[in-house]
Design a protein around this ligand. Structure first.
Ligand code: SAH
Length: 457
């Protein structure tokens, strides 16, 4: 993070603007909205700026800027002259004095920047880009303006008035947060938006009187194959309200970043043949947190019910009487095939598709090879990189054509996605020629040929 956003209380705080023209005026308007006392140093001053200075009980010093003007302990200084050298010397002198300083439209000479502002006071949203693109910041501002109802400030005010009473009644901060989230999801919010504060206050009293200890719950959420935009709306909502997030190796960092920031995040990732947290311990963790009254998001790559052990986890929850929800995700087969331009079915080439695991539990039966050798069937192999050569050989031994097309997709749907295309006879050699990283998915079937035409990224 190159810049650090803070929210500054400027009421009754002395601030200095150097410059008396329209640039200075624009900044003075913002400072005035924040309740600052505005002082101006400039040889000349616009009448409307002078009026703001007087209104805010500040002073106008009619002089060219000089170091002595910084002798007063201002909270912040804005250099808003139209002479770059003057702005720069204001900046340098302020830096010597550790005074917060902004030079208008001159990022190198700024200690702080003025963000684009969405004002729903007391709620204030600011957007800053460290000068990289003020246009983008403003565009984002416009988007946010349309997303946040005007009355959001009233809701923040309303909440502020109830805050200490809620705190008295619900001591535990996690439980308090759940209470507020429930309030914001209830019809009370609309009453505040409509200005029916009396009704809203009654509803709030009732909600506090009815409040009981929350029950824990587990959300078993499929996070999709990697691209965060492939999350479902429900996944995102539950990720943002969970108190604890227990996640796998397959859950990408951009997806994890969408979880609630202050949630406890626990990594239980498993690399192949390196089970860092045994499945029983994961199950036990889920039960334990839920029994503490927490909302636990068990976040898994792809879909939780496709080679995801989701079934095993909820069996345990069921046995312990813990309530749960399951949110399906886009499984790797769908995500990778779509992003590689390989339709899994196609009227001309494949009327069925079969998902298989290449990583079999020790002692479990081999794959049903005979059933896999069909002309018009697509095979999708999860966890198959290590066993790839063996699997290709077996398919050929059982009568599959050696030139049957095969695609191997690594890190599908992410910016690092790689696709290697070959046939049953040469795919293993081709894979060793490329730098391939897990996770990888293999697609076997005539549909692979369509990639040549349908490849789109
Ligand atoms: N539940 C998951 C699968 C978990 S098994 C799902 O529905 O997708 C793990 C296997 O999924 C990996 O070995 C790999 O074969 C596949 N996989 C998951 N994400 C992938 C990705 N982004 N690219 C390629 N393969 C992926």
């Amino acid at each position: 993070m190159e810049i650090f956003p803070i929210s500054l209380k400027l009421q009754q705080q002395p601030c200095l603007i150097v410059g008396g023209g329209h640039i200075a005026y624009r900044k003075a308007v913002l400072l005035q909205q924040a309740g600052a006392i505005i002082h101006v140093v400039a040889p000349e001053i616009d009448a409307n700026l002078l009026e703001l200075v007087h209104k805010s009980a500040g002073q106008y010093v009619q002089q060219p800027f000089a170091a002595l003007h910084l002798d007063f302990p201002y909270r912040l200084v804005i250099a808003a002259t139209n002479v770059a050298d003057v702005n720069q010397s204001v900046f340098l002198l302020c830096e010597q004095r550790n005074l917060l300083v902004n030079s208008v439209d001159d990022i190198p000479n700024c200690r702080f920047m003025m963000p684009a502002i969405i004002d729903r006071s007391p709620l204030v949203i600011s957007v800053a880009s460290n000068g990289a693109s003020p246009v983008l910041s403003r565009q984002l501002r416009t988007q946010i303006e349309t997303l946040v109802p005007q009355q959001m400030g009233a809701l923040a005010d309303f909440s502020g008035q109830w805050r200490s009473r809620v705190k008295e009644k619900i001591i535990n901060p996690d439980q308090r947060r759940v209470f507020w989230e429930d309030i914001y999801a209830s019809p009370l919010k609309e009453q505040v938006f409509l200005g029916n504060l009396e009704t809203a206050n009654e509803m709030m009293l009732q909600a506090l009187a009815d409040w009981t200890l929350p029950k824990g719950e587990v959300y078993l959420v499929g996070a999709g194959p990697g691209d965060p935009e492939l999350l479902t709306l429900k996944a995102l909502r539950l990720m943002q309200q969970a108190d604890v997030v227990i996640y796998d190796r397959l859950v990408s960092t951009p997806i994890l970043n969408l979880c609630r920031r202050d949630a406890t995040k626990i990594y239980v990732g498993k690399a192949r043949s390196n089970h860092s947290v045994p499945q029983q311990d994961i199950n036990a963790l889920l039960v334990e947190y839920a029994q503490q009254g927490k909302r636990v998001c068990r976040l898994k790559g792809g879909d939780p019910f496709i080679f995801g052990r989701g079934g095993e986890e909820i069996q345990e929850l069921f046995a312990a009487g813990v309530p749960f929800q399951v949110v399906p995700g886009i499984t790797a087969a769908s995500g990778c095939s779509a992003y590689a331009g390989i339709p899994l079915t196609h009227r001309d080439y494949a009327q069925s598709v079969r998902f298989l695991t290449g990583h079999l539990k020790a002692g479990s039966p081999e794959l049903p090879w005979q059933e896999l050798v069909y002309e018009n069937q697509t095979l999708v192999l999860y966890m198959g990189l290590v066993g790839l050569e063996h699997i290709c050989q077996k398919l050929i031994q059982h009568g599959q054509r050696a030139d049957m097309p095969v695609a191997l997709i690594s890190k599908g749907t992410t910016p690092e996605q790689k696709v290697v295309v070959g046939t049953l006879s040469d795919i293993s050699t081709k894979v060793t020629e490329h730098q391939i990283h897990a996770p990888t998915l293999t697609i076997i079937g005539e549909v692979v040929r369509l990639r040549e035409q349908l490849k789109w990224r």
